[in-house]
Design a protein around this ligand. Structure first.
Ligand SMILES: Cc1cc2nc3c(=O)[nH]c(=O)nc-3n(C[C@H](O)[C@H](O)[C@H](O)COP(=O)(O)OP(=O)(O)OC[C@H]3O[C@@H](n4cnc5c(N)ncnc54)[C@H](O)[C@@H]3O)c2cc1C
Ligand code: FES
Length: 331
């Protein structure tokens, strides 16, 4: 596997459908596997963007009699299937959105890391793919995180599979010379999507850096681990650990907060940012279908002073998944 990750680009490629060969895989924690995909040398994506991935073995050999190749980017047709045919299918018909976790560059080679959490049929299928097979992706899709325009400290909070874009964001911000602190939260040590050099110690109520993370290799980036049950790192939620880190920073140092994880966690991060008066960007994990603004399944409620109700819907596959936390109407 390529381990170097530097000088991430500032532009993004237009979305395309591609067959990317799976060139590496590594189990990371109980429910996760990290996949490495070989990408075209011209690939450019930024942290927060995602791939919409087909979770079946060979779309062209599928049993759907009416299925056609997916040449939508050339103005072709989408596949059509009857309800009966769909009922017989073992794998999901709709692509599954997964973040580009990291972009790894090694000379002319570009590799994409995707962190897959096994939760249902699509992600289980993807997580079971052997090295050497092509993976059918559409991407890069969606918008991306943006860096602060000064040298403020960036605190990045990730929970569950929401850690995926946070790893790439840490790469990108540190490559730009910004100081970052990562806070990674999980219910228990087993559910942290990382490989450890040695079992990380329980740190009680100290939001201290964890030195034993081997993979992902984030270089010198300060990484604080938090577990709800206290089995490793800070005993408590990632938000509480981030609050402690902010206390240590003091009120005078400007900070920017970034987050990706379950909605409850993002809502709490938004509140923390508001109390601190800090800018905060969050990546929303809405349910998605098409990934290209057609099916309307990814709508999130956002503030809209111009509308009568004071809010409107935003399609997070296009005008997201990254949003300013102040814009979100939290459930
Ligand atoms: C922009 C974006 C980026 C994402 N990045 C990643 C990533 O990097 N790694 C990763 O493992 N997952 C990621 N997800 C979540 C992932 O898309 C879902 O877990 C996946 O679609 C589930 O498909 P499935 O067929 O395995 O499960 P399904 O059978 O469809 O569902 C299984 C269970 O997962 C829940 N679920 C399904 N989709 C979501 C969702 N979007 N958010 C929360 N719960 C869901 C369902 O409610 C159900 O309980 C991302 C989602 C979005 C919107
Ligand atoms: S996923 Fe279809 S409109 Fe966003």
């Amino acid at each position: 596997m390529v381990t170097e990750s530097v000088n991430l680009p500032c532009d993004t490629s237009p979305p395309q459908r591609l067959d990317l060969v799976l060139v590496g895989r590594r189990e990371a924690g109980r429910d996760y596997v990290r996949l490495v995909l070989d990408a075209p040398t011209a690939w450019e994506s930024l942290p927060g963007q995602f791939l919409n991935i087909l979770c079946e073995s060979d779309p062209r050999a599928a049993t759907l009699s009416e299925r056609r190749p997916l040449h939508w980017e050339e103005g072709g047709e989408w596949p059509i299937a009857t309800g009966l045919e769909l009922g017989r299918r073992k794998w999901p018909f709709v692509r599954r959105p997964l973040s580009v976790s990291r972009v790894l560059r090694d000379g002319a080679r570009v590799r994409l890391e995707v962190l897959v959490r096994r939760v249902g049929s699509g992600t289980r299928f993807l997580a079971s793919r052997p090295v050497g097979v092509p993976v059918d992706v559409v991407g890069p899709l969606g918008n991306h995180f943006t860096p602060p325009d000064d040298d403020r400290l960036c605190i990045l909070v990730g929970g569950g599979c929401g850690m995926a874009p946070i790893f790439g964001l840490a790469d990108w911000l540190t490559a730009s010379g910004l100081q970052c602190a990562l806070v990674l939260g999980a219910p228990t040590l087993d559910e942290v999507p990382a490989v450890f050099r040695s079992a990380p110690a329980a740190a009680g109520d100290a939001a201290a850096p964890c030195e034993s993370i081997l993979d992902p290799d984030l270089g010198q980036v300060e990484t604080i681990l938090s577990t709800d049950d206290g089995s490793a790192g800070f005993h408590g939620t990632a938000i509480e650990a981030a609050r402690r880190r902010l206390q240590d920073v003091g009120d005078d140092r400007p900070v920017a907060l970034y987050g990706c994880g379950p909605e409850r966690m993002m809502r709490a991060l938004a509140r923390l940012a508001e109390r601190r008066g800090a800018p905060c960007q969050v990546s929303l994990e809405c349910f998605m279908g098409c990934g290209i603004g057609v099916c309307l399944s990814c709508a999130a409620k956002v503030r809209d002073p111009a509308s009568q109700a004071g809010w409107t819907y935003r399609m997070t596959c296009q005008e997201g998944p990254v949003v300013d936390a102040r814009d979100v109407v939290w459930a």
